[in-house]
Design a protein around this ligand. Structure first.
Ligand code: FDP
Length: 439
């Protein structure tokens, strides 16, 4: 007799592991558990993993897991005996009710993000699975933020938190929440050393007992001026590896973007999309809300070599320099008889870059007379997006140099940026080169 209640208890026992001790094989085992066709039990496993990952305190984890177990038991999961005739009816409708979707019938071999990264990891026998663990914590943060963004209007968490961030911008509640979630998830992964967040003036140095080899630079909720009107926003991140995790210094993150090991973003839009590069191409995953898993939907994204769209805040045009002005003029009035480019500007970097990556064209946030360094931050906006563009076959340029060659001097430094299709950025580079010759 197989009792589902004890099966769930077994799952919880398996999950009774501190997040810092989760290893690659352990994640594989979890994947297996989650793939089992018992939706409620699978959700329980997923949620329990979330509580494990968010706390490094064993008491808190155990208490959280027990509470979760209890609350899931109340609606009839924990005590269903599959072999008991009376319970069978409930159980079958429970399972069949949740599985009876045409789409589910076709889903037979799902490439989840964890599976994808584990596959990649298996190419490097010396790999200890640390990166996979780190990524699973970033993904967890993104799922949490995605859920919070979706519920924002309902839960009344939209609105000002009454604080300003280091850029002098008003902070929204969702920004604060997202930042806390990511900091906690990253620290509790036991794999990070230094964290740089757009929301925090100073970098976070992880205490020695929880320290790992990675530095994560991130903007937990980019495009926050769009929160209140429901426009797509996102999380952007880049990952470096430290040389010395015993005595880490800020120099570990003040590195050129080309030294990043991985970069990506998660877009909270009409669907939740996670785009990742670990240095061998760019891959896109879409969150399947019914599974709670990111599924590979856009393998090996390549940006079109030339695009038909330009994306810029034209409201700043009066302050632009010569090459930017000339380029935008050429987009509207091409001299070679070709059709003008279309203008698309959302004002949310993740959404504008995502469209550029898929449809081609160019996204620019240039410097101008008022703000010579533009608006976008080098470490957690310019670098990750430039890394992705190059990995997808495009280019990223600052107006002076390849964006990924830039060496930041401060963690919140800004830089002008022109990124997108190879040929379009080439045109912009030619205009800046011509300007330089004149000087
Ligand atoms: P936001 O101010 O809404 O947080 O750097 C943040 C950013 O958005 C980017 O996401 C976006 O591309 C840019 O600023 C938009 O700036 P403008 O409003 O000046 O166009």
């Amino acid at each position: 007799m197989w009792c589902l209640g004890s099966w769930v208890t077994n799952c919880l026992t398996v999950l009774w592991v501190r997040s810092s001790t989760i290893s690659g094989p352990y994640l594989q085992r979890l994947e297996l558990l989650k793939c089992l066709a018992i939706p409620r039990a699978r959700n329980l496993v997923t949620h329990t993993l979330a509580s494990v990952a968010f706390s490094s305190d064993e008491e808190v984890v155990w208490h959280g897991a027990t509470e979760l177990f209890k609350s899931n038991t109340i609606d009839g999961v924990g005590d269903i005996d599959v072999d008991d005739e009376d319970d069978n009816e409930v159980n079958e409708s429970l399972i069949i009710g949740e599985m009876d979707h045409a789409a589910d019938a076709h889903r037979t071999d799902l490439m989840t993000m964890t599976r994808f990264v584990l596959n990649e990891q298996s190419k490097y026998p010396e790999s200890r699975g640390d990166f996979t663990i780190l990524l699973s914590h970033i993904v967890l943060g993104c799922k949490f933020v995605c859920s919070a963004v979706n519920k924002a209007g309902l839960a009344n968490i939209i609105g000002l938190a009454g604080e300003t961030n280091v850029q002098g911008e008003e902070q929204k509640k969702l920004d604060v929440l997202s930042n806390e979630v990511f900091i906690k998830a990253l620290v509790s992964s036991g794999r990070t050393c230094i964290l740089v967040s757009e929301e925090d003036e100073e970098a976070t140095f992880v205490e020695a007992s929880k320290r790992g080899r990675y530095c994560v630079v991130f903007d937990p909720l980019d495009g926050s001026s769009n929160i209140d009107c429901g426009v797509s926003i996102g999380t952007i991140f880049g990952i470096y590896m430290v040389n010395d995790s015993h005595e880490p210094t800020l120099d570990e993150v003040l590195q050129p973007g080309k030294k990043m090991l991985a970069a990506g973003y998660c877009m909270y839009g009409s669907s939740c999309t996670f785009v990742l590069s670990t240095g061998s191409g760019v891959h896109g995953f879409t969150l399947d809300p019914s599974l709670g898993e990111f599924i590979l939907t856009h393998p090996d994204i390549k940006i079109p070599k030339k695009g038909k769209i330009y994306s810029v805040n034209e409201g700043n045009a009066k302050n632009w320099d010569g090459p930017t002005t000339k380029y935008v003029e050429k987009c509207k009035f091409p001299e070679d008889g070709s059709s003008p480019k279309s203008l698309r500007y959302i004002g949310s970097m993740v959404a504008d870059v995502h469209r550029t990556l898929l449809y081609g064209g160019v996204f620019l946030y240039p410097g101008d007379k008022k703000s010579p360094n533009g608006k976008l931050r080098v470490l957690y906006e310019v670098f990750p997006m430039s890394f992705l563009m190059e990995q997808a076959g495009g280019q990223a340029f600052t107006g002076r140099q390849r964006a990924l060659d830039l060496v930041p001097k401060k963690i919140h430094e800004r830089s002008p940026i022109f990124l997108g299709s190879y040929d379009d950025v080439e045109e912009i580079k030619a205009l800046y080169a011509a300007e330089e010759k004149k000087e």
